[in-house]
Structures are given as structure tokens and as C-alpha cells.
Design a protein around this ligand. Structure first.
Ligand code: 1YM
Length: 653
């Protein structure tokens, strides 16, 4: 019987009705992979690894495994190994097949077999091992159990041979090892795993599962990485250490990292938090180890309990007088870094991108556990409570000042008619789809850009000098800043909770700065502002960096522009390195006349734009990136710049 089962994809008559359904199952995955892993791009490719790792993490959550390793081999195949119990090899009665075969060949076979346990982790689509199997050119699973190594191989989801014993191990040596090769027929864009992408997700998994050791090993050696890379992530403190990591390049306001945990309404809750001296909030929420960027019920419960508990405490401690208004949640969360992690049996994901937790029992569970334990913590740590409340009260004053400043700008806007900033040279086309705005550093470059532009569709907003570093300023100062006010009014979308993408006045927001260190710094300040105030603009791909040329080469009345040293060399190779070559190095945009600026940097037909992209990175890591780049501490910044700088993805248009 088992021998006959080989060709899953073809489906054979002997199987009977039940199994034909199974056969169609995996075929469906290959026919419409996007339905199961979201996309067959690089992101989908990495998703395969997470699906297998998730099963191992579940085994860790069940208390049977404390070590997981992920290895990328030189041929871009991947091995995931754990030291859990091993997937059951005994015959599953319903199907008459070994448990492991069921797990890899039947769609939606979760952890419901072995008994009792339920699948709590699970990637975005939580569809598991069989999907990875269906989308792999081949996959080999080995189960170490009872002193024996069991093995089965599959090709594109088809069973190659019945589960067989291929060797022996010690009785203590138990676990599961899966090696697979993603199918080139499916992943047409790329088959290449990216170390930093895997690293971030695996580190996040380790933070969220205290005590678990996850090792990532990359055996591919290249010119860029001449040695095998290997890192282990292991956090006994779990999300407490996650908060410490996020606050690494900030200055905490007190030593303690708060940590609360408990189970209520069948929801397992963990919360960890600490304030720092910045003015931004960094809260990350997870459900079954999956990030929920849109929040949901667990976030609501967190906010409610936090606001109520601090206000109650402040009134009792007479830090708020009877005549004072309550502090708002925003005041209390100023400078707060926190992680909220819940585990729930049947998570319901809602919202446009299915990244928002809908289970209302999670709200009560988080607010109940946090309310009770935070009250106790504040009573035990009055000095910490005082520091937090003093910051919140100052934040409340700043918020009041900011409101006045905003009202003033609104009123002024109404008097100006359109309310657009005076320095803006707007375009005449009123359909945002056709329009773009250049944010230009310096008045002189701004002047050239105004002359050079295509008036119908290109608007220019010149900014004077360096814009305010929003990482280091409180809301009232930010709202009072002329450059920032100008950008907010020009874009039209509003900010923070008032943000409305449909009001965006330009399809492309193009940051145009000099191609030197200062220019890069200014661009980073602007990106920081955009990321903190209107992250949706970046997420939806509306933000670009212009790329002005570095060199102009003239020969025999012909002109070439080069955007890098290599490109200059290439051009010189092809035209010949003669005496009469005239090479000009541009030090800034201001050195270009309007015609040159148009031709090299603004003309949609010829220019190079870089789109700022943050889709493939863990949100919490981008936060760390910006704080590291823009915060006060020098050492982490140097470390970071030495290691990487890659929130900008290259895109030639
Ligand atoms: C490298 C990937 O899949 N580990 C793994 C998976 C399972 C178990 C242990 C396991 C679970 C249970 C009982 C249970 C799975 N088993 C199943 C099923 N690592 C990896 N380690 N015994 C072992 O859930 O009760 C699905 S996943 F369904 F067969 F039990």
C-alpha cells in the first residue's frame, strides 16, 4: 500500500475518496502558492523556514525542546533541527500512515495528533509542514526516536519511499531534522536566503520564547562573507531582554524592567516595559509569537489598564490634584518601550491585512493581569512611579502647548486660503496620482529645482538647513518647527492617529539632498520624521530618495553622468582615458545649473530614484535602527554603521 502512494500529484484510483481529497490538497498548494504563503517572492521563500521553525518552537513551548538550529547550506538548501520528542512515527489510525507522513503530506495537519497539545506559534498563514513540502523540489525529514533514525524523502510533495530506519542514535538523542530545497518552479524571483532577514526573525522568536536557544548558521561563503557565519540567540529573560535590547541605544529613566505574567480566560499573557528619556512610544504586540502591527484586543487591554492604573496611583499619591484632568494614555506612554505577548488557542485575525487580534477575551486578560500586577509594582516601587508620573505630567503640559500651536497653524491656514506653506512651489495638476513633491535641502538648490521642474506635476519644497531631529524633541517643539509644519501641510495627510492616506497630495515624496555625508544625514533626519509621524507613507511605498550624479564627464562635446566611482571607471573604460577628458566632481546640488539638475536627477525619463522600503524587516528592528542612528549614544551607532545600513532598497526607475 505504502509503495503505491508515491505519486501524490497524479492521484491514482486505488486511493479511495478520502485520499483523493488529500492528493488534491497539496496540488492546490502548488497551483496557488500565494494562497498559502502569501507570496512567492523573497518573503515567501523565507516563510518556508519559519513554518518549519514554528513546529520546533511549538515543541519548545510544550516544554520538550530547548535547542533549535537553522543551517543554510552552500546550495541554498536549509536544515532545521530540534531536540524535541521527534514527530510521531507510529501509525496514525485515521489515515493508516505514520504520523510524520501525515504531517508532511496532508494539508492543515497541525499538532492535533499526538494528543492534547495545540499549535500556538505558526507563521502568518499557519499552514505548516505540508505546504513547505509541496513547495520544495525535495524535502527529507529525519526523526530521532527510541535509539533509531527514521527517514522519509519527498519530491514536490510526493512520497519517494515509505518511512524507513536509516541508522541508530542514543536513546537520549531525540528530535526532528528537516532539510529542504525550495522549488525553482515556484520561487521564480529568488532562491537565495538572506542572512539578516532570517537572523531578525529567529532572534525575535528567541526573545519570545524564554530559555530557548536558536542557532543560525550560514555555510555559504562569498567574497563579502569569506567565513561561515553563526550566531546563537538565547534569552533566559525572554521579553524582558527584548525590552532591554530595544532600549539599548536609549537612556532608560530607571533601572527596573517591569515584567508581568499570568493566564486568564484561557489567554496566556506576558507584558514587559521600561521608560526611556525619549518622546516616542515603542510598543510591539505578539499573538502566538506572530507580530500584530495593527494591534487589537491585547493592545486595547494594555492601554486601558496602563492609563487607569497610573491615574489611580497619581490621585492616591496626590500627584494629581482633584481639579487636574486625568493624564491621557499618550502622556503615560511617552518614551515607553513595551512588549505584549499573548498565547491563545484560537486566534482571530482581523483588519485589512489580518494583523489585528480580534479575540475580546484577550482584552480582559491583559487588562486584568496588568492592572493588578502593575498596581502592586507601583506600590512597591514608589520612586519609579514618581519618575514615570513626572514625565507624564510634563508630557501633558507639552501636549497642551502643542495643541495651542496646532490650533494656531490651523487658524492661520484658514486665513491663507489654501493653507499651503509659503515656500512651496506647488504643481498645477491637482490629481495626486500624477504628482510628486521634491523636498530639497537648501534654498539655492531649491531655487534651481524650481526653475528646472516640470511645473504641471512636480512641486518643490525647499527646506532650510538641517531639520529638527524628532528623536530628540518633544511634541510641542516638533509642532513649532517651521520645516516640519511645512512638510505636514504640504503632504495633506495629517499625522499619527489623524493620518489619512487618501488625502495624500502627491504620489511620490522625493527627498533630494547632496550626495555627501551631510546630505545623507539630512535624508536620515527626514526619514526619521516620516517614520515616526507617518510610517504608512513609507510602508505603502510613497517615499523615495533622489540620486544625483557624482561626476560629469565631457568629451568631444558629449556628456556622461556617473552616479558612483565604479560607474565613472566604466565610462572611462568605454570612452578611453584621454588627456582631453573633462571630469567634474559635483560637491552639491547647488553646483548644478537647472538644466543639469533636470537632466540628471529630476527628469522621470532619465533619473534614478531609490524607493525607501521597510516591508521585509521586523518592525521592532527598524525602530532600533532609527534610534541607533539618531539617538544620543555614539557607541551603538558606530557598531551599527559598521555592521549594516540597509533600510533603503535599491530600485531603478
Ligand atoms: C524541525 C521541525 O517539526 N518538531 C516537532 C514536531 C512535532 C512534535 C515534536 C510532536 C508533537 C506532538 C507529539 C504533539 C509535531 N508532531 C505533530 C503531530 N521540528 C518539528 N517535534 N509528539 C511530537 O503535538 O502532541 C505535528 S508537529 F501531529 F504528528 F503530532
Amino acid at each position: 500500500m505504502a509503495k503505491e502512494r508515491h505519486n501524490i500529484m497524479e492521484g491514482q484510483a486505488e486511493y479511495g475518496a478520502d485520499q483523493i481529497q488529500i492528493l488534491e490538497g497539496l496540488e492546490a498548494v502548488r497551483r496557488r502558492p500565494g494562497m498559502y504563503i502569501g507570496t512567492t517572492s523573497s518573503r515567501g521563500l523565507h516563510h518556508l523556514v519559519y513554518e518549519i521553525v514554528d513546529n520546533a518552537v511549538d515543541e519548545a513551548l510544550a516544554g520538550f525542546c530547548d535547542n533549535i538550529s537553522v543551517t543554510v547550506h552552500p546550495d541554498n538548501t536549509v536544515t532545521v533541527r530540534d531536540n524535541g520528542r521527534g514527530i510521531p512515527v507510529g501509525i496514525n489510525h485515521k489515515s493508516g500512515l505514520p504520523g510524520v507522513e501525515v504531517v508532511f503530506t496532508i494539508l492543515h495537519a497541525g499538532g492535533k495528533f499526538g494528543g492534547g497539545g495545540y499549535k500556538v506559534s505558526g507563521g502568518l498563514h499557519g499552514v505548516g509542514a505540508s505546504v513547505v513540502n509541496a513547495l520544495s523540489e525535495w524535502l527529507i525529514v529525519q526523526v530521532y526516536q527510541d535509539g533509531k533514525i527514521h527517514e522519509q524523502r519527498y519530491e514536490r510533495g510526493n512520497v519517494c519511499h515509505p518511512l524507513k530506519i536509516v541508522g541508530e542514535c542514543t536513546a537520549e538523542e531525540t528530535g526532528t531534522k528537516v532539510t529542504f530545497k525550495p522549488d525553482a518552479e515556484i520561487f521564480k524571483e529568488t532562491l537565495e536566503f538572506e542572512y539578516p532577514v532570517l537572523r531578525q526573525r529567529l532572534r525575535e522568536m528567541a526573545f519570545l520564547t524564554k530559555g530557548l536557544m536558536i542557532t543560525l548558521r550560514d555555510e555559504r561563503v562569498t567574497e563579502e562573507h569569506p567565513e561561515v557565519r553563526q550566531e546563537s540567540f538565547h534569552y533566559e529573560g525572554g521579553i524582558r531582554e527584548f525590552v532591554a535590547y530595544l532600549n539599548k541605544s536609549k537612556t532608560p529613566l530607571y533601572e527596573q524592567i517591569m515584567y508581568f505574567e499570568g493566564t486568564k480566560n484561557g489567554v496566556q499573557v506576558e507584558v514587559s516595559m521600561q521608560h526611556n528619556d525619549s518622546y516616542t512610544e515603542s510598543t510591539y504586540t505578539f499573538v502566538n509569537n506572530i507580530n500584530t502591527p495593527e494591534g487589537g484586543m491585547h493592545l486595547e487591554g494594555f492601554r486601558t489598564a496602563l492609563t487607569k492604573t497610573f491615574n489611580d496611583y497619581a490621585r492616591n499619591a496626590k500627584m494629581l490634584k482633584d481639579s487636574d484632568d486625568n493624564l491621557t494614555g499618550e502622556d503615560i506612554r511617552e518614551g515607553l518601550t513595551s512588549i505584549i505577548s499573548v498565547k491563545i488557542e484560537d486566534p482571530q485575525f482581523e483588519g485589512q491585512t489580518k494583523q489585528k487580534l480580534g479575540n475580546s477575551e484577550a482584552r480582559g486578560a491583559v487588562s486584568g493581569i496588568l492592572g493588578e500586577q502593575l498596581t502592586y509594582f507601583l506600590e512597591q516601587n514608589p520612586a519609579v512611579a514618581k519618575i514615570i508620573l513626572e514625565k507624564a505630567i510634563t508630557a501633558a503640559h507639552a501636549r497642551e502647548a502643542a495643541r495651542k500651536a496646532r490650533d494656531l497653524t490651523r487658524r492661520k491656514g484658514a486665513l491663507d486660503g489654501m493653507g499651503l506653506p509659503g515656500k512651496l512651489a506647488d504643481c498645477s495638476d491637482k490629481d495626486p496620482k500624477n504628482c510628486e513633491i521634491f523636498i530639497v535641502e537648501g534654498d539655492s538648490a531649491g531655487g534651481s529645482a524650481k526653475t528646472a521642474r516640470s511645473r504641471a506635476t512636480q512641486a518643490i519644497l525647499p527646506l532650510r538647513g538641517k531639520i529638527l531631529n524628532v528623536e530628540k524633541a518633544r511634541v510641542d517643539k516638533i509642532y513649532a518647527n517651521a520645516e516640519i509644519k511645512a512638510m505636514i501641510t504640504a503632504f495633506g495627510t495629517g499625522i499619527h492617529d489623524d493620518f489619512d492616506l487618501s488625502k495624500l497630495r502627491y504620489d511620490k515624496i522625493i527627498i533630494m539632498t547632496d550626495a555627501d555625508v551631510d546630505g545623507a544625514h539630512i535624508a536620515t533626519l527626514m526619514l526619521t520624521f516620516l517614520y515616526r509621524f507617518m510610517p504608512q507613507l513609507i510602508k505603502t511605498g510613497h517615499v523615495y530618495l533622489a540620486k544625483p550624479p557624482l561626476f560629469k564627464l565631457e568629451k568631444n562635446k558629449k556628456v556622461w553622468y556617473a552616479y558612483s566611482d565604479e560607474e565613472l571607471n566604466q565610462i572611462l573604460e568605454s570612452v578611453g582615458r584621454d588627456q582631453n577628458n573633462k571630469i567634474q566632481r559635483y560637491k552639491g546640488l547647488g553646483e548644478m545649473d537647472p538644466e543639469q539638475l533636470w537632466e540628471t536627477t529630476m527628469d522621470p525619463e532619465k533619473r534614478v530614484l531609490l524607493r525607501v522600503d521597510m516591508n521585509e524587516e521586523a518592525e521592532s528592528d527598524i525602530d532600533v535602527t532609527f534610534t541607533t542612528l539618531m539617538g544620543d549614544k555614539v557607541e551603538p551607532r558606530r557598531e551599527f554603521i559598521e555592521q549594516n545600513a540597509r533600510f533603503v532598497k535599491n530600485l531603478d526607475i
